[in-house]
Design a protein around this ligand. Structure first.
Ligand SMILES: Nc1ncnc2c1ncn2[C@@H]1O[C@H](COP(=O)(O)OP(=O)(O)OP(=O)(O)O)[C@@H](O)[C@H]1O
Ligand SMILES: [Mg+2]
Length: 274
């Protein structure tokens, strides 16, 4: 029988990230020898308490922060060998606070088109038709192209940030708490949007989250970080219903019902993981 070969979209191999500490000779190790794979087409959630190293790891996997030791590969090639533009066509970030990442002085047409203009010389018509297609894809009215970021709600702004991340047709999104800055009622809508986009575009997701809804609704696998290390990793159903690690159990016991049949709460988006 032919073996199923899955491409590895992102891979961290024994990655370490240290930060210098003022007045001390020994640096602080924020990410401690982590190896992690994101397979093409899958959605992997990265969870863990505040300060456990999730953002630091995801920044290294985006090429925004170099590892102190170890390496990161993107589709089998060392991340440091990609040009910024080539990398941006493959992996795009979506951050927690959409307002901070959108230029307040530009209309959404230009905000969303910015990565497209940076990587090619599209005509005005091309820009407009691509931006309008993306607005439709993220369920915003096409007329929003003329608006400014402050004229939008938080959820609408996150939709714009997602549209902008998609304009160069990347294969991977690395999302750092994409729902944390949003009202509870809006969180579920953004989860639903990310779910639809993944199905439509065949995207792979690495999602840092404190939101059990993101884990249960949007992810295939989950990796649990604690003090810079991955302490548990597995299929979402398995980890949520019978975690093997003490820390994972503690993390989940605060938010999940004991009955494993209820481990996928229906309105999970409303329940914060931490
Ligand atoms: N640039 C930096 N300089 C020094 N220390 C840093 C730097 N960035 C992160 N750290 C430290 O590394 C550790 C991990 O931080 P990180 O932001 O990765 O955590 P996190 O898991 O994303 O937390 P949160 O859930 O609160 O976002 C923290 O102790 C943090 O203070
Ligand atoms: Mg973080």
């Amino acid at each position: 029988m032919a073996e199923l070969v899955r491409n590895i979209a992102l891979e961290a191999a024994a990655v370490v990230r240290e930060f210098p500490v003022k007045g001390k000779k020994v640096p602080f190790t924020a990410v401690d020898t982590v190896s992690l794979r994101l397979y093409e087409g899958e959605s992997l959630a990265l969870v863990g308490e505040s300060g456990s190293g999730k953002t630091t790891l995801s920044r290294m996997m985006l090429g925004l922060l170099p590892p102190t030791r170890g390496d990161v590969q993107v589709f089998g090639r060392d991340i440091s060998t990609y040009s910024r533009l080539d990398l941006a066509r493959i992996v795009q970030p979506v951050f927690q606070d959409p307002y901070a990442s959108l230029n307040p002085r530009k209309r959404l047409l230009d905000v969303i088109a910015m990565p497209l203009k940076a990587s090619s010389s599209p005509s005005k018509d091309e820009v407009r038709s691509r931006v309008e297609a993306l607005l439709r894809q993220v369920d915003l009215p096409v007329s929003f192209a003329e608006r400014f970021p402050h004229e939008l709600s938080g959820g609408q702004r996150q939709r714009v940030a997602i549209a902008r991340a998609l304009i160069n047709r990347p294969r991977v999104l690395v999302c750092d708490e994409p729902t944390s800055a949003l009202d509870v009622s809006v969180q579920a809508q953004i989860i639903e949007l990310l779910k639809t986009l993944r199905a439509e575009l065949g995207l792979s997701y690495l999602i840092v989250t404190h939101n059990i809804g993101v884990v249960s609704e949007l992810s295939d696998r989950v990796a649990v970080m604690y003090h810079g290390k991955i302490v548990e990793e597995g299929a979402v159903d398995a980890v949520l219903s019978s975690p093997t690690n003490d820390y994972t159990r503690q993390l989940l016991s605060a938010v999940l019902p004991v009955d494993p049949d209820l481990a996928r709460p229906a309105i999970a988006a409303a329940i914060p993981l931490l």
